[in-house]
Structures are given as structure tokens and as C-alpha cells.
Design a protein around this ligand. Structure first.
Ligand code: B12
Length: 154
């Protein structure tokens, strides 16, 4: 069975922020360890990165790209989302910014996850596994997310 490949991006702005502020993201670490613990029969491969976004997408070829973003680096996160979308990945955003201001979900993102992401993200991965896609009719059954249905935010 082909693994579902998930690339997590810890958005970090190397131009604006001091490298001293950079630590591995606790939030993404929680999500990945939850996935690994609960994957069962699901064949999932995860990676967490914060730089060389384009070359990492090209070499890892993820099915899903999960982007963590705070307000201060949201513009950069949107450009990561655009890149991932252009390369055919499903794009899921999470973190404090989207959780606080979900109506700002950029059109490049398929889904925004609100609040704690462990269970919600796992729900989305299971649905992706079953459908090899995240169609709107499937998303409407998931709790704790925001997405677009014919341009309208749900
Ligand atoms: C600890 C912390 C840090 C640590 C992070 C350490 C680490 N190893 O992760 C350090 C010191 C590095 C840090 C740095 C910064 N921080 Co800080 N930090 C926090 C703090 C206190 C807790 C965050 C945390 O770890 N929570 C626990 C983890 C498990 O939860 P989480 O990160 O929220 O992730 C969960 C969900 O958000 C969600 N989720 C997150 N990402 C994703 C992605 C996907 C795809 C999905 C599905 C879900 C998802 O699921 C996760 C698991 O449940 C928060 C305040 C707060 N109480 O939240 C401020 C906070 C997030 N930081 C903030 C700021 C401003 C910064 C800095 C810009 C400071 C600076 N001037 O440099 C930098 C930015 C770093 C960066 N990434 O660019 C602000 C952000 C404000 C905003 N509107 O966005 C906050 C909210 C504090 C505040 N009230 O002002 N920070």
C-alpha cells in the first residue's frame, strides 16, 4: 500500500526573525506523534520542515501539506500554501492565526483547522485515505474546521 505522505511546514521567516527564536514546533510535534500512535493500518509518512520549502516538496512529493502559522508570518505561510497548491498537494493550515481569524483562510488552502489539531488532522487524514481527496461533501462532516464550498466559507 502506497503511504500517504504528509509534509508539515513550521513557518519561519528567516528574513525577519532571529534564528535564536527558532525551535522545533511543539504543536507539529504533538500532531505527528498522535498520527504515529494512532495510524494503525494507515501507512503514513511524515516530515516536518521550516526551510527549502520548494525543493522539499519536489523531493518528498507529499499528498498533504500541513502549514503551521502565527499572525507574524502569515504572509509567508500563504506563499507556502500557494506553492504547495501549484504542485498539486492538499493544503491544510493550522495554528493560532487561523484559529483566531478563520475567515482569513486563503483560497490556496483547502482546509483550516481550528484549535488543537491532533484529532481533527487525524480525521482529515483518514478521510483522505478513503477518498484520495478531500471533497466538500466529505469535509462537511468534520468538526473543528473551516473550508470553502463554491467560494463560501463554511
Ligand atoms: C511556546 C511559545 C513559543 C516558543 C515555541 C517553542 C516550541 N518548541 O514550539 C518560542 C519561544 C519559540 C516562540 C516563538 C515565537 N512566538 Co510564540 N508562543 C508560545 C506559546 C506560549 C505557546 C505555544 C505552544 O507551544 N503551544 C502548545 C502547542 C502544543 O500548541 P500550538 O503550538 O498552538 O499547536 C496546536 C494548535 O495550534 C494546532 N496547530 C498548530 N499548527 C498547526 C498546523 C496544522 C496543519 C494543524 C492541522 C494544526 C496546527 O495543533 C497543535 C496541537 O494541538 C504561545 C501562546 C499560547 N498560549 O499559545 C505563544 C505565541 C504563539 N507566540 C507568539 C509570537 C508572537 C512568537 C514570536 C513571533 C516571538 C518573536 N518576536 O520572535 C516567535 C515566532 C516563532 C515562529 N514560529 O515564527 C504569539 C503569536 C501571536 C499571533 N497572533 O499569532 C503567541 C500567541 C503569544 C502571544 N499571545 O502573543 N513562541
Amino acid at each position: 500500500m502506497m503511504p500517504i505522505k504528509i509534509l508539515f511546514i513550521n513557518t519561519f521567516d528567516y528574513q525577519q526573525q532571529m534564528k535564536l527564536c527558532k525551535y522545533p514546533s511543539l504543536g507539529l510535534g504533538y500532531i505527528v506523534s498522535f498520527l504515529r500512535k494512532n495510524a494503525g493500518q494507515l501507512n503514513i509518512e511524515c516530515r516536518i520542515i521550516d526551510e527549502d520549502i520548494e525543493s522539499q516538496i519536489d523531493s518528498f512529493k507529499p499528498d498533504i501539506v500541513g502549514i503551521s502559522t502565527i499572525s507574524q508570518n502569515f504572509n509567508l505561510a500563504m506563499s507556502h500554501a500557494r506553492l504547495a497548491k501549484e504542485k498539486g498537494c492538499k493544503v491544510i493550515m493550522g495554528g493560532i492565526h487561523i484559529s483566531s481569524l478563520p475567515h482569513l483562510l486563503p483560497s490556496e488552502a483547502d482546509v483550516g483547522v481550528l484549535g488543537e489539531g491532533e484529532e481533527t488532522f487525524f480525521d482529515l487524514v483518514k478521510l483522505y485515505f478513503e477518498n484520495r481527496d478531500l471533497p466538500v461533501n466529505v469535509l462537511s462532516g468534520v468538526k473543528g474546521i473551516i473550508f470553502r464550498d463554491k467560494g463560501r466559507l463554511v
